[in-house]
Design a binder for this molecule. Structure first.
Ligand code: PBG
Length: 342
């Protein structure tokens, strides 16, 4: 638009009339043709919860539509996920309370729930990627991600255990180790431990910018840590007021050998996803966490929003922000919808 003061009103008007952004929106074919970002099934990582038992699906009350699955059921879901074209699953265990202790010993048991699930799924569905969570919270009696002494989370002692946990998971067939604990230096320690054990090809997806968030509540129901967690995780997870610090966390994790980085939660932190992708260009993932899922589901089940559309819109936002993929509990529903051409 010209700022020339001699320009007549008439030519200003005609300029405005030449530019009609609505023309590209007038029909579905045109909207599809100019669309900048689109969600595909290859963008999806499906987090699932496993529990002891057989032929068992236990609904998670705060996550309508999500169940804890016994390993045999998880194998069936993995087969379905592979049929749908979902590239990878992220596994989280609901550990029996009797197996939780102060130091999270069960995390290092090569026959623990997650390790058995990895072996079973890997044998039945070798084409699907398996992402495992490195952190001690499903295994500790206090619900924290690391070791604790006099109320303080110990960094380096925790890192030593987490590195061993990563190797145990790699031995069980995990393809991607995903440390969610937020201890300093854990990515480097995990990389060294994996390499020393002969797992040079096992990838690391680090929860690089993970915030101390209220949106994890339903997940803690699912893995049973709302009951155990003492205090909060603010001395290791990031402060929600910080953005530049996320870049520092990501830089450190990439230097230490992370193959992919993650921002978590998702929707409240779209600015962080955008900054991380622009600054580093590394494979960047968003985690649409349990609370985000629960909010959409709750509103949809009340008839307050169109759940299907809110699901697609929220996930497309991650792509627009720059994410290469999203961990989402909606993964199979999205995949089915995309397959049906919806
Ligand atoms: C813990 C972990 C959490 C989630 C993934 N790994 C919760 C926490 O930090 O307490 C949250 C995922 C979700 O809310 O969906 N290591």
């Amino acid at each position: 638009m010209s700022l020339d003061p001699t320009q007549s009103d008439a030519s200003m008007r005609s300029l405005a009339m030449r530019q009609r952004p609505r023309r590209n929106r007038k029909a579905d074919w045109a909207r599809r043709m100019v669309r900048e970002n689109e969600l595909t099934v290859s963008d999806l990582i499906w987090p699932i919860f496993v529990t002891e038992g057989e032929n068992l699906r236990e609904p998670v009350a705060s996550m309508p539509g999500v169940d804890r699955l016994s390993i045999d059921m998880a194998v069936r879901e993995a087969e379905e996920a592979a049929r749908l074209g979902i590239p990878a699953l992220a596994l989280f265990p609901h550990t029996d309370p009797s197996l939780r202790d102060a130091i999270g010993s069960e995390a290092l048991n090569g026959e623990n729930l997650v390790c058995r699930a990895c072996r079973a799924i890997g044998a039945a569905v070798p084409e699907i990627g398996l992402v495992t969570d490195v952190a001690l919270d499903p295994y500790t009696s206090h619900g924290h991600d690391g070791l604790i002494e006099n109320g303080a989370i110990l960094n380096d002692a925790s890192v030593a255990v987490l590195a061993r946990q990563a190797v145990v998971q790699a031995q069980a067939g995990a393809h991607v180790i995903a440390p969610s604990d937020m201890m300093d230096g854990r990515v480097g320690a995990i990389r060294d431990a994996l390499d020393a054990a002969g797992y040079e090809d096992v990838q690391i997806m680090s929860y690089a910018a993970k915030y101390a968030s209220a949106f994890y509540g339903p997940f803690r129901d699912a893995i049973g840590t709302n009951a155990t967690l003492t205090g909060d995780k603010r001395t290791y997870q990031m402060d929600p007021g910080n953005a530049r610090e996320a870049l520092r966390e990501v830089a450190l994790d990439l230097e230490e050998g992370a193959d992919m980085v993650m921002v978590k939660p998702g929707m409240p932190y779209l600015d962080i996803i955008h900054m991380v992708k622009r600054e580093f260009g590394a494979p960047t993932f968003a985690y649409q966490v349990s609370g985000e899922y629960a909010m959409i589901q709750a509103a949809a089940l009340n008839g307050w929003i169109d759940g299907e559309r809110a699901m697609m819109e929220s996930l497309t936002a991650f792509k627009r922000a720059g994410a290469d993929g999203v961990l989402t509990y909606f993964a199979p529903r999205v995949a089915r919808g995309l397959k049906a051409g919806g």
